[in-house]
Design a protein around this ligand. Structure first.
Ligand code: LLP
Length: 413
């Protein structure tokens, strides 16, 4: 396995995490190349022989070394901004394997994506469709589109990361989809290619995916009656991972269940997994600065904070926290917190650990939506990122220098 104890010390593949901390300092994100590769390959394994494309959702982890790795493995990419488009291209991703999601695409972003020649725009509103038609017309191009439909299915996940319900800002209402497809089909600079659906993230049950797909297939059939042919179905992302005791469907069960529903149909299937490909392939490595006993709680103040890993503060998300060199003897219960001036700056509640100051901790399952949501709050430079490949250690993003953080600021004359 990729993050394991060897000689009572946590390693990333064959490299001791204390060695990484000594060389690159903390906090830093450490990814395992083999875990990333294995995740992608095992997602693909259930799809052999099927007409498909796996588009990694860049927002989960946009480091260009990781995008480059997935590109070399044959991945496509799901992007949500011009910035992500530029990253994918810089990483050597194939523009013909890019789908562009998101509710607020600007005209400039549309232009860049059309010029790059992406596979498909996932359109989320009538006004966006009209704008894309105008932009494509000005460029003398035809824009390939899917409509992202909102199937009104409950993904049974955290409300902040649930997107498939009626009251979400995402997608077009299911009832409006046919009329909108007819409109799209009549536009000169729009070509209808597919239908798209993404119902949320960290979904741990199969049924919401299948319920959503049933609705999408009903739509595909209704469109066929109107001679609107759907070439691809994009089933979105959202497959959950195990942070503590969740039991999400494994990739094979998930992909096979989807393929089974598509059986006999002449369509290509697109997937947009993010978290499932990277989440458990990374840890956030941090050092204990202070142990601070309190009246009702003991605090363990580490050098990582909510600006490095926002998920606990934002979603009350659980990440397992382990000592890099576990000590024997009795543990104490700690609040694991960062140095940021907010009570919400915690990384874990009530963790039983036997700790001393200067110890290293690994915050697990931090490969997805960790670094990608990091900020400079409290003028903290963002962490370094490291990729381990067997016994080799690659720095894939330098720690941010403090002076870089105010480089773009100006004192008025
Ligand atoms: N496709 C679309 C259109 C999306 O909006 C997302 C995620 C994905 C694919 C990938 O979903 P995944 O396979 O990673 O579940 N920051 C939150 C997660 C937000 C997800 C946003 N959209 C978190 O840390 O849990």
């Amino acid at each position: 396995m990729t993050f394991t104890l060897k000689n009572n010390e946590l390693h990333a593949e064959n490299v001791a995490l204390s060695k990484i901390a000594a060389e690159f300092n903390t906090p830093c994100y450490v990814y395992s190349k083999s875990a990333l590769t294995q995740a992608f390959k095992s997602f693909e394994a259930g799809l052999i022989g099927a007409n498909h494309l796996v588009c990694f959702a860049v927002k989960a982890n946009p480091n260009i070394a990781i995008l480059n790795l997935f590109a070399k493995l044959g991945a496509g990419f799901d992007i949500v901004s011009g910035g992500e488009l530029a990253r994918v291209l810089a990483a050597g991703g194939d523009p013909k394997k890019i789908v562009f999601s998101g509710v607020g695409k600007t005209a400039d972003e549309m232009r860049d994506a059309l010029n790059a020649g992406i596979l498909c725009f996932n359109i989320e509103s009538i006004n966006e469709l009209a704008r894309l038609n105008d932009v494509a017309s000005a460029l003398g191009k035809v824009a390939p589109i899917s409509l992202r439909v909102n199937p009104n299915v409950d993904a049974k996940t955290h409300p902040y990361i649930s997107t498939g319900l009626k009251n979400n800002k995402f997608g077009v209402a299911f009832e409006d989809a046919i009329a909108l497809y007819e409109k799209a089909a009549s536009m000169h600079n729009i070509a209808v290619h597919g239908v798209d659906c993404h119902i949320g993230s960290q979904i741990t049950e199969l049924s919401p995916f299948l319920d959503a797909l049933d609705k999408v297939l009903g739509l595909v059939d209704s469109l066929a009656e109107k001679s609107i042919v759907i070439e691809h179905i994009d089933v979105g992302g959202g497959v959950g991972i195990t942070y503590s005791d969740e039991t999400p469907p494994d990739f094979k069960t998930y992909t096979q269940a989807i393929l089974q529903k598509l059986n006999g149909r002449n369509v290509k299937v697109l997937f947009e997994p993010g978290r499932a490909l990277v989440g458990n392939a990374g840890v956030l490595l941090t050092r204990v600065e202070y142990l601070k006993p309190g009246e009702s709680k003991n605090f363990c103040i580490v050098d990582a904070a909510m600006n490095d890993l926002m998920r606990p503060a934002l979603y009350d998300a659980y990440h397992e926290i382990v000592a890099v060199k576990p000590r024997t003897g009795s543990a104490k219960v700690y609040e694991i917190v960062g140095p940021v001036c907010e009570s919400g700056d915690f990384l874990g509640h009530d963790r039983a650990l036997n700790l001393q100051e200067d110890d290293l901790l690994a915050i697990k399952s931090a490969g997805a939506y960790g670094m990608s949501m990091a900020s400079n709050y409290n003028t903290r430079g963002r962490a370094a990122e490291i990729m381990v490949d067997s016994d080799k250690v690659h720095l894939i993003r330098e720690r941010e220098h403090i002076t870089d953080l105010f480089l773009l600021e100006k004192i008025p004359e």
